[in-house]
Design a protein. Structure first.
Length: 158
């Protein structure tokens, strides 16, 4: 009986460790959430709460843009004749982001769009795409002073 007393706390510890694992996977309304962990919670702001507000409130979203936003914009269709390919490195003009904001949210809520989150990379990514197509949007967020900001935006509709 004394041996079982020592096993009980070990069992509770093991159960707690498994139940509070770092990786979670969830599917809700076609949205796949991968690798959202406590490590992406800032001291003052949880990433998923920030992201929900970012997509719901355009004024809030525009207040959370980094000074420089890097990414891809296939709308510009700049062509590099030396590389014989499209220019894929865009420094977004912060003033142009509002033009894409409403489209971004409509795209995210389309039935055939898959949304994935990845916190295994820095910055944290939200990836929206239509399977088996060349249509995708990727948002990258970084934390500054315990608040989340959009620092990268890939917009590819070919």
């Amino acid at each position: 009986m004394k041996k079982n007393i020592y096993l009980f706390p070990l069992f509770i510890l093991l159960f707690t460790w498994i139940g509070c694992g770092n990786n979670t996977a969830n599917s809700k309304n076609g949205v796949v959430v991968e690798n959202i962990t406590d490590s992406i919670k800032g001291k003052d702001e949880c990433f998923m709460e920030f992201l929900e507000r970012f997509h719901r409130d355009s004024v809030f979203a525009m207040s959370r843009l980094c000074d420089t936003i890097l990414g891809i914009n296939t709308d510009t269709h700049e062509f590099d004749s030396i590389k014989d390919d499209f220019v894929m490195d865009t420094i977004w003009c912060v003033d142009s982001i509002p033009n894409y904001y409403s489209f971004l949210n409509k795209f995210k809520n389309t039935d055939d769009v898959v949304v994935e989150y990845d916190s295994t990379t820095i910055p944290v990514q939200e990836y929206m795409y239509i399977p088996e197509s060349s249509c995708f949007i990727k948002l990258r967020f970084t934390s500054k002073n315990h608040k989340w900001f959009l620092c990268g935006f890939d917009f590819a509709f070919l």
